[in-house]
Design a binder for this molecule. Structure first.
Ligand code: GTP
Length: 254
């Protein structure tokens, strides 16, 4: 197999490390920005990074990238006490769309929804395709007072937008949305946070779909002394003290 150093498009399936290395040797010039071999290798690295971080169908962040964003947000909320909202979104009756219009139409719906969602969120939010027909958004600094309105805006935007699935056919889709806040001043895990948002998503499905359910934000009763344990090298005398969690109640759409 021979690859030209001048190749613009890097076919990652054809890549072998020894090929890349020989390209560098052939060029005799591997300084940064000095030759095509360096550009080629940089293209390979960029391509691999892109592949590992994004969902190929929609171009959104994939689940792995999303979990990293969730972890960063959990850490920020635990240290700062600021709010952060996680929304899980799931297309309603998506199987019926595939069954009725075909898998290609289903893919077109996923791509259209990704595009719509990307236009609904702020640049600081992280949007991802979480699984098959499930999407997720993490919203830093989202105050509880605005959370429901933000989720409802997404739900209504999706419901209002026709999706073209073939040259002659447009269909409407709806999404169910579940949300949960990260708990301030508490060390938690991405799994626990996403499970709480998922529970609200199931509640939205149970309530008939095309609606929003958001867990009420935790009423943090953590004292200043308990907060200091977060940054202390020593374990608190009572391990429960630094992990105060308030009971959660659902917040329902009208
Ligand atoms: N076209 C397409 N379909 C997918 C993809 N990933 C998952 N699916 C389909 O998504 C469908 C999910 O169906 P269900 O889990 O039964 O959910 P649903 O029909 O949306 O029902 P509710 O969520 O209860 O409203 C299945 O038919 C999967 O085959 C994909 O990448 N493309």
């Amino acid at each position: 197999m021979s690859l030209q150093a001048t190749t613009d498009f890097v076919d990652l399936r054809a890549l072998r490390l020894d090929t890349a290395r020989s390209l560098l040797e052939q060029s005799g010039d591997d300084g940064p920005g000095c030759g095509n071999a360096t550009d080629y290798l940089q293209g390979v690295i960029d391509g691999l990074c892109n592949l590992s971080q994004h969902d190929p169908l929609t171009g959104l962040a994939n689940r792995r990238t999303f979990r990293a964003a969730l972890e960063r947000e959990l850490d920020r909320v635990a240290r700062s006490g600021e709010s952060a909202l996680l929304l899980m979104l799931d297309i309603d009756h998506f199987k019926a769309i595939n069954d009725t219009h075909g898998h290609t139409a289903g893919d077109a719906v996923l791509q259209a929804l990704a595009h719509t969602l990307a236009n609904c969120v702020r640049p600081m939010d992280t949007l991802a395709r979480y699984g098959g027909e499930e999407f997720a958004v993490v919203m830093p600094a989202c105050q509880a007072a605005f959370a429901f309105a933000a989720a409802e805006r997404i739900r209504c935007t999706v419901a209002d937008l026709p999706v073209r699935v073939s040259p002659s056919l447009e269909i409407r889709i709806t999404v169910s949305i579940g949300g949960a806040f990260a708990q301030p001043w508490v060390r938690s895990t991405t799994s626990l946070w996403s499970e709480r948002a998922d529970q609200q998503l199931y509640a939205a499905k149970d309530a008939g779909r095309d609606c929003v359910r958001i867990e009420l934000p935790p009423d943090s009763t953590v004292t200043a002394e308990e907060k200091s344990f977060l940054f202390s090298h020593f374990a608190p005398p009572d391990t429960h003290a630094a992990n105060v969690a308030a009971p959660h109640a659902p917040h329902s759409a009208p």
